[in-house]
Design a protein around this ligand. Structure first.
Ligand code: HEC
Ligand code: HEC
Length: 252
């Protein structure tokens, strides 16, 4: 099925609400060749970012201790860490994604200025730490302190927005498998992020991808790290519970 622009409307009018199929990873909607390329460390360019992240992880930053000096043996000590993000930070009560946690260590423990969202440093470190959980299943907390954030994320996901007046769910639940501008619409989960996207010619965060979807329906693009996208990220992670982390993913 090939869709363009406003024909989505027509389609949604006639489409019976699809039975909620089991949520699948974005990789399952790639061509077989791209899927193989993603899984091959030698051919997935995203691994250049994880290598840079790994290098930065072990480097001292001025007087500050290296990440490695507190996180020795990261392949063991941080394996699985990414599966719990976003999570509510016990001290501040705020929702933190992996980027936020790394920035917290950067400013509070290394006492250095934050790297900033989408900086090569933060993308590299996030891709590196996420890659240490490749193959492990997402397992975010959704009860207790996380619950209000989860509900806000769900409400965002279901709300119609933008000039096209479309919700995330209308594409990523109801139109899964349909073709849109050369892509196959997936369930819209974040297990491959940070991901190398051909269109970006580089690695980008999940929030960069969310901004692209917001723009696609001519809705407000929230800032990187905005509370709205953090809550949405938690909801996407809850939908993807049990799916394996695949960062760095490879996308069109
Ligand atoms: C008009 C349809 C449409 C709407 C509405 C839409 N998206 Fe997307 N989205 C796409 C397309 C097309 C892609 C690229 C193909 C794919 O992976 O699904 C995409 C990709 C994504 C991805 C990346 C998946 C991956 O594995 O790379 C995520 C995450 C995502 N969308 C989340 C959202 C969220 C959250 C919203 C609501 C704010 C939203 N999208 C709204 C069409 C849409
Ligand atoms: C001075 C010691 C120190 C330094 C330097 C440090 N961290 Fe941390 N980091 C910690 C401690 C302690 C925690 C546990 C915080 C908590 O759980 O409340 C932590 C938590 C984390 C976590 C979350 C682990 C989890 O299981 O949730 C990540 C990821 C992380 N650090 C990455 C980094 C990165 C990347 C750097 C370098 C930019 C860094 N840290 C620098 C001490 C440090």
């Amino acid at each position: 099925m090939r869709l363009s622009g406003l024909s989505i409307f027509a389609l949604l009018l006639v489409a019976a609400p699809a039975a909620l199929a089991q949520v699948k990873s974005g990789s399952d909607f790639l061509s077989p060749e791209m899927h193989r390329q993603q899984d091959d460390e030698a051919r997935n360019p995203g691994f250049l970012w994880t290598l840079q992240g790994e290098e930065l992880f072990s480097r001292r930053s001025g007087d500050a201790p290296a990440c490695l000096s507190c996180h020795a043996e990261p392949k063991q000590s941080l394996r699985g860490a990414a599966t719990h993000y976003p999570m509510v930070d016990a001290a501040s009560g705020k929702l933190l994604n992996l980027e936020g946690r790394i920035e917290q260590c950067r400013s509070e423990r290394q006492k250095q200025p934050a790297f900033g969202y989408e900086s090569p440093e933060l993308l590299g470190l996030t891709a590196y730490v996420a890659s240490l959980s490749r193959g492990l299943r997402l397992a975010v907390a959704t009860e207790g302190a996380a619950k209000p954030y989860l509900e806000a994320g769900k409400a965002f996901y279901e709300r119609r927005q933008g000039q096209l007046n479309l919700s995330c769910a209308q594409c990523h639940d109801d139109l899964v498998g349909a073709r849109l501008r050369g892509d196959t619409i997936s369930h819209g989960v974040g297990t491959g992020y940070p991901a190398y996207r051909l269109e970006w010619n580089g690695v980008g965060s999940l929030h960069r991808r969310l901004r692209a979807c917001s723009l696609g329906v001519r809705a407000t693009q929230f800032d990187y790290g905005a509370p709205e996208y953090l809550a949405l990220e938690l909801y996407l992670a809850a939908r993807a519970k049990g799916l394996a982390i695949e960062a760095p993913g490879l996308r069109r």
